[in-house]
Design a protein around this ligand. Structure first.
Ligand SMILES: Nc1nc2c(ncn2[C@@H]2O[C@H](COP(=O)(O)OP(=O)(O)OP(=O)(O)O)[C@@H](O)[C@H]2O)c(=O)[nH]1
Ligand SMILES: [Mg+2]
Length: 275
């Protein structure tokens, strides 16, 4: 059987997580219209009759301004080292800079199996670059072709993961990420990338689960925005997170959300928040 690791790389917002989720068939990584949504490398496993593709969804490639950025870029480098095949995604609707072209050239020099994928082919074409395939996750275009292209390049071997596994991430991680995703949706441009979400306590009983989850913000004034009028935002997020978690645990889940301010955490306390 053909098996291996496939790193999914590209600029922030290129559509990496959307593609991985679609091919895995589960929400393993949160997706948002904002840049730098993904922070950790997330494995998403796609099983076929004669193949197992282990996607590594990565943070978008960007210049580091703080410790969290450096953590994210380290994840990208690790993914390149681990990968058997690299997918480099380019948003068809965006101009490709010379810097990005040089980066792709560098990747091709470094790794043998690089597939350049034009994404969002449903959009008006702007990107001018040589690619191997053009796809649209939104319109489900050429995804089977992409799978075939990947499988062709994978080594032969034993399956790496059991067939019923679809990610390496814990339910705890997925629930925290779900909350961060909901915050990105609700808050839109009001608060940039300063949010972290961590589970401080998880107590699993026979028929129920209790979770204490902490939302970390960078500024005191962000608290009111996150909590919302009369606590509405927090309440909505709590309901959404509970439904999401109950589905994963297959048990009743109680989620207790707490909000805390930690200024400049992205430069100081990244390890404390799981990065
Ligand atoms: N029109 C169109 N939009 C898409 C397509 N695929 C993804 N998107 C949108 O592109 C935006 C970014 O998608 P993500 O999957 O979060 O992008 P990403 O590359 O993982 O971003 P980072 O994690 O920030 O690096 C979201 O608004 C998606 O809905 C597509 O095929 N067509
Ligand atoms: Mg992403």
């Amino acid at each position: 059987m053909k098996c291996g690791y496939v790193a999914v790389l590209g600029l922030p917002n290129a559509g990496k997580s959307s593609l991985v989720n679609r091919l895995v068939g589960e929400e393993v990584a949160i997706v948002s219209k904002r840049i730098q949504t993904t922070r950790n490398n997330i494995l998403g496993i796609c099983n076929g009759e004669n193949f197992q593709i282990v996607f590594i969804d990565t943070p978008g490639i960007h210049h580091s301004k703080n410790k969290l950025d450096r953590f994210m870029m380290k994840n990208v480098r690790n993914a390149i080292t681990t990968a058997d095949v690299i997918l480099y995604l380019v948003d068809l609707g965006k101009t490709v800079s010379d810097e990005e072209k040089d980066y792709i050239k560098m990747l091709k020099g470094k790794a043998e199996k690089v597939i350049v994928v034009l994404t969002k082919s449903d959009k008006k074409a702007v990107a001018d670059i040589d690619s191997d395939i053009s796809i649209s996750v939104k319109e489900n275009k050429n995804l089977d072709k992409l799978i075939n292209l990947i499988v062709e390049k994978l080594p032969t071997g034993e399956a790496i993961f059991d067939e019923d596994e679809y990610t390496d991430k814990s339910i705890k991680f997925l629930v925290c990420e779900h909350i961060r995703g909901r915050l990105l949706d609700i808050l839109d441009n009001e608060i940039p990338h300063g949010i972290a979400v961590v589970c401080e306590k998880l107590e699993e009983k026979e028929n129920s689960v209790n979770m204490d989850i902490l939302i970390i913000l960078e500024k005191e004034r962000h608290k009111g925005i996150v909590i919302g009028k009369g606590g509405k935002n927090l309440k909505d997020i709590g309901i959404s997170a509970r439904q999401y978690a109950e589905n994963l645990f297959d048990k009743k889940v109680n989620i207790h959300l707490l909000v805390k301010v930690d200024e400049n955490w992205r430069n100081n306390n990244i390890a404390e928040y799981g990065y």
